[in-house]
Design a protein around this ligand. Structure first.
Ligand code: KG4
Ligand code: ZN
Length: 325
């Protein structure tokens, strides 16, 4: 079974090909260079760049996998959540291809696919708890089976990655902020500057990052930019404390066998380590994708589609609606 995954929800064009549960190819065209001048993703520019890239990237993927397009058995495409114009490019391309090849087309939830990439690990057992930490979302899911996701907590304001990006901008770092903050934090002392950790009500599994962002802004207004490594390390520690504390709470409320992390922020080595340490003494196996599979990519969409194909009885309709964020 050859499965094509198409991802265009934000600013990365992703084309992945899966044979069974093995990744044959996973090509990503990043638009960081286009958006960096603006300090954030410009939706109009993002959709235009997807249009210019998608068919070329698909041809390259087919070639690098050593297959022909007519060998593909089914397609999965991200149809929500994301930027409307960007989603429309991937969905239109996928609909046309599925029609031409006369093969089923599955609509894939972008957040589910960020976690589903962990399903490639054979040791994973259900039920599982998943946490997506990306540029647009910070969401806990209870996962009963590979196709049954229930959101049980989410950010009430900024997403985790968005907070990295906004703090990066305050510090004059490149866009997206995450990688530069991680690098600068390695030279800093995480205990020198204490930033607030918002845990909200005792039972809450929701997140709030806007207070942390404002605290960094006030610190910079008062003290200037003399000490960027310590600011980054203190900020990263506050994010790590928030994420791991909330996860401990979620694991008390929901008895699960596995914990899955996903999304662009999961590339951060400090955050990965904090989760590994936190779960060391718990009776839960932890799964974190390798770095390339944390960022937006087509292979994760293909993985989710492969499970939808396995679990869905009725073939999906060919028309797909786009559901933005
Ligand atoms: O999942 P993703 O590729 O796109 C969305 O679905 O949003 O995540 C992008 C986010 C950006 O906010 C970026 O700053 C963050 O992932 N990110 C990082 C790191 N690399 C990327 N955050 C922290 N540390 C990193 N090393
Ligand atoms: Zn994403």
């Amino acid at each position: 079974m050859l499965i094509l995954g198409i991802e265009t929800s934000c600013d990365e064009t992703g084309i992945g090909l899966l044979k069974g549960r093995k990744i044959l190819t996973n090509l990503i065209a990043s638009q960081d260079d286009i958006h960096s001048a603006y300090g954030g993703v410009v939706p109009e520019l993002a959709s235009r760049a997807h249009v210019e890239m998608i068919d070329r990237l698909f041809s390259r993927a087919v070639e690098s996998a050593g297959i022909k397009s007519c060998d593909i058995n089914c397609i999965g495409v991200t149809n929500h959540p994301g930027l409307k114009g960007s989603l429309m490019v991937g969905v239109s391309f996928a609909c046309g291809l599925a029609y031409a090849l006369n093969i089923p087309l599955y609509r894939v939830n972008h957040l589910h696919s960020h976690l589903a990439v962990n399903f490639l690990n054979r040791e994973l057992e259900f039920p599982a708890l998943g946490l997506v930490i990306s540029g647009g979302h910070t969401t806990f899911f209870h996962i009963k089976t590979p196709v049954e996701f229930t959101a049980i907590g989410r950010t009430l304001d900024d997403a985790c990655g968005e907070t990295f990006d906004k703090v990066g901008r305050m510090l004059g770092l490149a866009f997206p902020g995450g990688p530069d903050i991680e690098k600068a934090a390695e030279q800093g002392d995480e205990n020198r500057i204490r930033f607030p950790v918002a845990l909200m009500g005792k039972d809450s599994l929701d997140f709030s990052f806007s207070g942390l962002k404002t605290a960094v802004l006030y610190y910079i207004k008062k003290n200037g930019l003399k000490n960027i490594p310590d600011i980054c390390a203190g900020f990263q520690k506050a994010v790590g404390d928030t994420l791991t504390e909330k996860t401990k709470r979620a694991l008390v409320k929901h008895r699960v066998k596995s914990f899955l992390l996903g999304g662009g922020v999961a590339q951060n080595r400090y955050i990965r380590k904090r989760f590994q340490e936190m779960l060391e003494d718990k009776n839960v196996k932890i799964f974190i994708p390798n770095k390339k599979l944390c960022m937006d990519n087509g292979a994760m969409t293909a993985v989710m589609a492969s499970y939808l194909a396995e679990y869905t009885i009725k073939p999906p309709p060919l028309s797909i609606e786009v559901i933005p964020t």
